[in-house]
Design a protein around this ligand. Structure first.
Ligand SMILES: CC(C)(COP(=O)(O)OP(=O)(O)OC[C@H]1O[C@@H](n2cnc3c(N)ncnc32)[C@H](O)[C@@H]1OP(=O)(O)O)[C@@H](O)C(=O)NCCC(=O)NCCS
Length: 167
């Protein structure tokens, strides 16, 4: 099979994205309309991983404020006027398509951030993926009380991480 590749997500991909999410995140479910809102607010940050004729993964990112984490399964309502990071909401890939694809997604989001005038990437690491994100240049940030409270909905191992981009 040809190498999986990332492309921009379209509304027609929502069902496939939901199917991957249900397999990868059974304990962190999000409503399809919450996902659809992200595609509407910031389509450039929403990608799918195409492997052969299948969608084998997705990555969702949007402008946000550092040290703030949107609640899971809830609407953003609007993007901040003075966004200072691109927040990677989720990257999830089916096991057979893994291997280099998180690195490739982050490289695309890095370019998107730089062309959007944003110099920092942010995410919440879950499922013990902290070492993987460190490998991709992110570092953990000690949360204040409000952030700690927010992180609790992401499970016990949730770690807020930032990556500053070189100009
Ligand atoms: C997270 C996920 C997308 C990663 O996909 P992937 O294709 O395996 O990731 P990559 O191969 O691009 O990994 C990026 C780097 O981290 C490294 N890495 C992978 N697993 C690692 C681990 N457990 N510890 C340290 N480094 C690790 C890789 O070797 C790679 O480094 P390299 O390019 O220098 O070799 C995939 O595992 C997944 O969908 N997991 C389930 C959902 C999930 O946990 N999402 C993240 C939520 S925050």
């Amino acid at each position: 099979m040809s190498k999986p590749r990332w492309r921009r997500a379209h509304a027609a991909d929502l069902e496939a994205i939901g199917a991957v999410a249900a397999r990868i995140h059974p304990d962190l479910p999000e409503r399809p309309e919450v996902l659809a809102e992200k595609m509407r607010l910031f389509p450039e940050g929403c990608r799918v991983l195409v492997a052969g004729h299948e969608i084998a993964g997705y990555g969702l990112a949007h402008p946000w404020m550092q040290h703030r984490v949107p609640p899971l399964d809830d609407f953003l309502e609007r993007l901040p006027d003075a966004a200072d990071c691109l927040y990677i909401h989720d990257v999830a890939v089916l096991p057979d398509a893994r291997g280099g694809v998180a690195r490739a997604y982050v490289a695309e989001i890095e370019q998107l951030a730089l062309t959007s005038g944003i110099a920092t990437l942010a995410l919440v690491s879950v499922y013990g993926t902290r070492a993987l994100w460190e490998r991709l240049g992110f570092h953990p940030v000690a949360p204040d009380a409000a952030l700690r409270d927010r992180l609790s909905s992401y499970g016990a191992s949730a770690t807020y991480m930032l990556r500053e981009l070189a100009e």
